[in-house]
Design a protein around this ligand. Structure first.
Ligand SMILES: Cc1ncc(COP(=O)(O)O)c(C=O)c1O
Length: 435
């Protein structure tokens, strides 16, 4: 059936480049507009490899060539249109903060909620806008009604802030934490789901699932885990800090009870923006982390009593969604996967003693990849990369027994940047081996 939303999903987003016309140069807008039209007839694979298109995307950012930023997984830069929106709203706020923030900008929160919900694939009454994934997930972790002896299943590979929040509940409330410990990478859904199922018991009340694991970019089959948990009456919490806007998915495709997201990672929204999803039927019973006058109300807005924060950052999320929709979520995922595949295939051939801790399969990975090197201290390799002419900035992973360098390009990264990465990896590894 034809309708506007289906059509928009097919062409990969509603936003045309003309929406950016007041904020980018007219020649860049014209080129982006023409490129978008050209993309419509192309397969995702062809789009992912089209350097001419991605060079235009790079021009829509203000990233400097050095240091070469390959740690977008930590936090991503914003396209110029997002920075401009942030600055515009910030200037407006400074004309009279309490008037402009609370009487003017606050009015824009509901349309933003709707736009975010459309993009995320859920009802707008299930979305609260906040400051980061930690805040979203800790609202869930501390807000759930659990009793002494109730069990929570989580993994050693979950994110430290979330692990610490659960440990605090263990210490404070006497809940019981049961830990999974993964051998990454994993490429078998049945095996992964089986590990969770084996840990479930009659006392299990909650399963905490990291959709994409920070350390290596491992994707877990979140929907399958949510489904087996629900069959046993176990509630699911999904940490989608890395998967949201890196992978093309809708929250309702996974069907979790709760989910938390960083918007300053792969959506490239302003720093200090995040989103909380609570399934409609769970809102009433989840306590807000920041007290609200009606804490047991069935209204998602009770999770937004955060006090004064940056309204400029919040409102500029809108332009980040527009930019994301202009690229198209599927196209973005295809490009990020392609970039990972491009440099890792080359590095496998050219860098002696390199080990990959990330899967090469699209079901289990996307743009993030973590590597280590036979007999070499990864901190020394990372220092050598940064100490070289291109000042390559990477993520350093020291998690339990895993040691690695995490490479996470973004949509503004070009093949030529990754050619430099592989050359530099080779140079640094050989130089360190000679010492
Ligand atoms: C899996 C995961 N969850 C949560 C977070 C926390 O995100 P934020 O800094 O937005 O709170 C991170 C940050 O890297 C992460 O990787």
């Amino acid at each position: 059936m034809f309708n506007r939303r289906n059509f928009i999903q097919k062409i990969g987003g509603a936003a045309g480049a003309l929406a950016f016309a007041p904020y980018l140069s007219s020649s860049l807008v014209a080129s982006l507009e023409a490129a978008k039209k050209r993309m419509l007839g192309m397969s995702l694979e062809a789009c992912a490899k089209d350097e001419d298109f991605w060079r235009l995307i790079q021009q829509a950012y203000s990233v400097a060539p050095t240091p070469m930023n390959l740690n977008n997984g930590g936090v991503s830069p914003q396209p110029k249109v997002v920075q401009e929106a942030f600055e515009r709203y910030n200037r407006m706020s400074n004309q009279g903060p309490s008037y402009y923030m609370w009487r003017i900008l606050d009015m824009g929160r509901e349309p933003l909620r709707e736009h975010l919900a459309n993009m995320a694939g859920c009802d707008k009454e299930e979305i609260a806008i906040n400051r980061n994934a930690s805040e979203a997930l800790e609202t869930i972790i501390f807000g759930m009604r659990l009793e002494k002896g109730d069990e929570v299943i989580l993994s050693k590979q979950d994110y430290p802030n979330m692990i610490n929040a659960w440990k605090q509940r263990e210490q404070r409330d006497g809940i019981v934490l049961k830990w999974l410990d993964f051998d990454l990478p994993m490429e078998d859904d049945d095996l992964i789901v089986g590990l969770y199922e084996k840990a479930f018991s009659a006392k299990t009340k909650v399963v905490h699932i990291t959709h994409m694991i920070s350390w290596t970019g491992q994707i877990l089959p979140a929907k399958k885990i949510v489904d087996v948990a629900r069959k046993r009456g176990i509630v699911s919490v999904v940490d989608a800090a890395h998967s949201f806007a890196q992978l093309h998915f809708k929250i309702h495709d996974i069907g979790p009870d709760y989910l938390g997201v960083s918007l300053h990672k792969w959506l490239c929204a302003p720093f200090g923006t995040g989103m909380l999803y609570v399934k409609k039927s769970n809102i009433k019973n989840l306590w807000p982390l920041f007290a609200n006058g009606e804490p047991e109300k069935d209204d998602i807005r009770k999770f937004e009593s955060l006090g004064t924060r940056s309204f400029a950052a919040e409102h500029a999320i809108e332009q980040a969604i527009n930019f994301h929709e202009y690229i198209g979520a599927e196209r973005k995922q295809a490009r990020l996967f392609y970039l990972k595949d491009y440099w890792s295939t080359k590095a496998k051939k050219e860098v002696p003693g390199i080990h990959f801790h990330t899967s090469f399969k699209a079901a289990y990975s996307c743009g993030i990849c973590t590597v280590s090197f036979d007999g070499l201290d990864i901190q020394k390799v990372a220092n050598a990369l940064y100490g070289g002419p291109h000042k390559i900035h990477t993520g350093i992973v020291k998690q339990d027994k895993l040691r690695g360098i995490r490479i996470s390009p973004n949509v503004y990264t070009l093949e030529r940047d990754l050619d430099i990465l592989v050359d530099e990896l080779k140079r640094c590894v050989l130089a360190l081996r000679e010492k």
